[in-house]
Design a protein. Structure first.
Length: 132
């Protein structure tokens, strides 16, 4: 990726920010990958409720007691890791952007402010292109 900026690389590869999924698109993807309707995720950056297990990152909402359908994730070629994050279409700053976390037993969306500032340089993130 360009300067180790995985979000910028996803934007470039997809052909623009408007080609990345919205947080609502990612909520629908979560419904599909966890085989149940999880409900809407609050998209406001300033609505933080709790901290994700083992990550220390403050998400907008954690949904627990889930079971990721790894077969579906694999068929979509999303990841061969134990967990992954998918970028959304909103940049908070030169070092942060919105995204959705997918773990084996829980999922959450993350706003773009107040985080460590290095998220765009971390590799478990995946870019998905969409047609809107």
């Amino acid at each position: 990726p360009r300067n180790d900026d995985y979000w910028a690389a996803a934007v470039e590869k997809c052909g623009g920010v408007n080609k990345l999924p919205t947080m609502k698109n990612l909520a629908k993807l979560a419904d599909y990958l966890y085989d149940q309707e999880l409900g809407t995720i609050d998209e406001k950056d300033n609505v933080f409720s709790s901290t994700a297990p083992s990550t220390g990152v403050t998400p907008t909402k954690i949904i627990s007691n889930l079971k990721l359908n790894t077969s579906k994730a694999s068929n979509l070629k999303l990841s061969n890791r134990n967990y992954f994050y998918v970028w959304a279409d909103f940049e908070g700053s030169a070092s942060t952007a919105r995204r959705r976390a997918f773990y084996p037993n829980y999922s959450y969306s993350i706003g773009s402010y107040g985080l460590s500032g290095n998220e765009r340089k971390e590799s478990p993130f995946i870019g998905i292109c969409v047609n809107k």
